[in-house]
Design a protein around this ligand. Structure first.
Ligand SMILES: *Cc1c(COP(=O)(O)O)cnc(C)c1O
Length: 380
């Protein structure tokens, strides 16, 4: 028998009660039953995103809402500042380019967080920049960018919005959309929301909606104005992933029951336990600053090999961890702890890591990582 575990930063593991809800017979999305479900989902998303604005829902992976953000807010020839500190920052740049947006990249060393001062300088130098695109967590490096500080800067610019890819931020750590003046916040279903892939979410401030009114880029499926009209009638413009929306209602109920603060505290605890364990094993974090509570990216010594250890995780223990992407490929493994994870899940994955490292000839005291993690967990 082989039991399987997902420790990848999307998709993540699913709670059984959510899975069971999604196994019930399908219902029709134009009937009242669906409208009642969607109404509850809309309220729950407002709670999760900490906003009074509508949180739009689309049937797509997270990138769909990212693309929607670009083509609903901007117009041909507009300029955008893009924080590129990893794979997902690069994605913002690629989407912008496809739509003819002039991209001004702010390239950040992989493993580091962007310096908000740089953004302030760029905006001062060129006030015609319409948007700043960034991540809450750059999932390819495990780093958190300072979105609160960036929003303080964009908040002083009447004609510039901040657009945050918070796909591995929402439901992990505090991102108060309204209180921080975040104009656009994007998320997706397969990360902290404990759901399969297939839904994306996006919240827009009043300022962002003014941009939407003026935008001249083409859009059809991801038409925010149309989707807002539908949502106000507890409807979706096109056939939604009904099953996932039903799962989402459960997930939002779960999050509300635990309470956002407790959810954030749990992620913080699991992340600290994981980071301390890794350090106790003599390994280094890939994030040289601001490590995210969503996942821990660990540098793997060359003589062991990140790809080798990632493969062995699966072969020997049925555990999926993520490797590195692009320039981090073969150099790191990424262990996720966002969504449906508890204390002993982290003990398990750290114990597996230790056993693999031992087999592969790495020198350390067996049990050191687990002990460090336990130390963090019981101090709580
Ligand atoms: C997972 C993820 C995405 C979305 O990717 P999809 O495959 O489209 O769901 C985007 N940004 C970040 C930071 C992510 O972690």
């Amino acid at each position: 028998m082989e039991k399987k575990y997902l420790f990848s930063p999307g998709p993540t593991m699913l709670p059984q009660d959510i899975m069971l809800k999604m196994a019930e017979p399908i219902i029709h999305h134009r009937e009242d039953e669906y409208k009642r479900i969607f109404q509850e989902v809309r309220e729950g998303l407002g709670y999760l995103f900490q906003t009074k604005s509508e949180v739009l829902l689309f049937t797509s992976s997270g990138t769909g809402a990212m693309e929607g953000a670009v083509c609903n807010l901007l117009s041909p020839g507009d300029k955008a500042l893009v924080v590129r500190g990893g794979k997902f920052g690069e994605r913002w740049g690629e989407i912008c380019q496809v739509y003819g947006i002039e991209v001004k990249p702010i390239d950040v060393e992989w493993g580091e967080a962007v310096d908000p001062e740089l953004i302030a300088e760029c905006l001062k130098e060129d006030p015609s920049i319409r948007a700043v695109f960034t991540q809450a967590t750059e999932t390819s490096t495990g780093v958190m960018h300072p979105i609160k500080e960036i929003a303080e800067i964009t908040g002083t610019c009447e004609e510039t919005v901040i657009v945050v890819d918070a796909i591995t931020g929402i439901g992990v750590f505090d991102i108060p959309t309204d209180a921080w003046n975040l104009d656009v916040v994007v998320s997706g279903s397969q990360k902290a929301l404990m759901l399969p892939p297939g839904l994306s979410f996006i919240a827009l401030s009043e300022k962002a909606w003014r941009f939407v009114e003026r935008s001249k880029l083409p859009k059809y499926y991801f038409d925010f104005k149309q989707e807002l009209k539908s949502a106000e009638k507890n409807q979706n413009t096109f056939t939604p992933a009904i099953t996932l929306v039903i799962g989402l209602r459960e997930s939002l109920r779960k999050i509300r029951q635990e309470g956002l603060e407790a959810v954030f505290a749990r992620h913080d605890l699991l992340a600290r336990a994981t980071r301390e364990a890794v350090k106790a094993l003599g390994l280094e974090l890939f994030a040289t600053e601001s490590p995210s509570n969503a996942l821990t990216a660990v540098k793997v010594p060359d003589e062991i090999g990140a790809n080798e250890i990632k493969d062995r995780f699966f072969e020997e223990f049925g555990i999926t961890v993520a490797g590195g992407q692009d320039r981090a490929k073969g150099k790191i493994i990424r262990i996720a702890h966002l969504g449906y994870y508890g204390h002993l899940d982290m003990i398990m994955v750290i114990s597996a890591l230790e056993m693999l490292l031992k087999e592969m000839g790495y020198q350390f005291e067996l049990g050191a990582g687990v002990r460090a993690a336990e130390g963090v967990l019981i101090s709580h």
